[in-house]
Design a protein around this ligand. Sequence first.
Ligand code: FAD
Length: 397
Amino acid sequence: MSDSQVTIIGAGPSGLTLAWWLVEQGISVTVLERETAIPKDMRASTFHPATLDLLTDSGLATALIERGTVVPQWQYLIHQSGERAVFDMKHLSEMTAYPFRLQCEQFQLTELLAEKLAEEPLCELKLGATVQNVIPETSQVTVQYQSAGENKDIVCDWLIAADGASSRVRRSLGLDFDGQIFPKTSITLVLEHPFEDDIPNLLGVNYVWLPDRHYSLMRLRDTWRLTYSPEQDQDIETALSDEVARTHIARVSPRARNTTILNRNYYTLHQRCLERFCHGHILFVGDAAHLNSPAGGMGMNSGIHDARSLADHLVPVLNGEDSALLERYDRRRRTVAREEVQRLSARHYARHRETEASKRVLIWRELQEMINDPVKHRDFLLDAAMIRSRQREKTIE
Ligand SMILES: Cc1cc2nc3c(=O)[nH]c(=O)nc-3n(C[C@H](O)[C@H](O)[C@H](O)COP(=O)(O)OP(=O)(O)OC[C@H]3O[C@@H](n4cnc5c(N)ncnc54)[C@H](O)[C@@H]3O)c2cc1C
């Protein structure tokens, strides 16, 4: 006898959207989360149209839009000259109910989901429960975890690893997580300053080029996020220091130099993927299964797409279909992770961060060609808005 039909480890965007879509279909779920409250995670800020389309039915898309900022156009901006390459999401209006990027912190989604799930008798969300080990058996999995200093066990029919980049489940099973670390790390500051008053034509999402540097400047409801890359050999403490952070802020806008820094975080960027997402009765989603550069804002979105796909495959299995159906979940989402999300985000990374003048000339020419040709413009946005990867997924048998 098992204690739980489905246990999900991790209350991030992948784990909680999956919990929601399972509970909606009558499946009982236990979620184990090591933090004692839903983490105020500052990483993801962009929700793409393909994801908002998935979140429509439950009312989550509307609730998120109320908490975020709608960005119908976004741009590359040459800081000195003010030249721009503006992408306009109206080219997607026939493909999505949401032809815009939504800028909204990822914790807004997880907090909303945690509130909704708290009202669901089929869901038990255990906070402060840190998973230590998982023991797979033929048709069940035992999960060993610690809660309030005590060692506990739970036996489930299916275990979902949604426990993020450093997944304990992945380590427990001794799985390889091959890939690479990107050469440049990233620092994100959350700032109060009204950059829109200083920089003409600023939009909600801006990839800003200075002659020797690149920044991204993203609007949230009441704040702006500025991202920069530290110098090659700079230690983390120096790169995060007030002096260095304020020098970067001032290069984007001298008036903002002394603004309040509400938050600052340092990230190493990886591109990795599991060889398989399904290991018997243990199934992987989100960052636990694959990682990509944050350029283009695709990691969380693709984790939510994994969750939708897994719910669509797991529910029929729980209702009696052959578990071989789950192999299709693996084929679909692993192919998308490697051939769409990793490929596109690596291209965004290279485009945003290029600082060599001659290479920038070529990138700029390519960007201008795309925005001036309606077919190429729409084609580029279908990828960037993650609509094409969802279309491709459905063609994989
Ligand atoms: C700087 C930066 C900016 C980004 N911006 C974007 C963006 O704009 N758009 C986008 O789509 N993506 C973005 N991403 C990526 C995005 O943040 C991640 O892809 C996303 O958080 C993955 O969600 P997840 O639920 O799979 O994992 P996580 O969000 O990492 O959640 C995992 C959860 O598991 C819990 N957990 C871990 N170990 C255990 C354990 N042993 N026991 C119990 N619980 C455990 C953790 O506490 C956490 O709550 C960005 C990433 C970075 C670094």
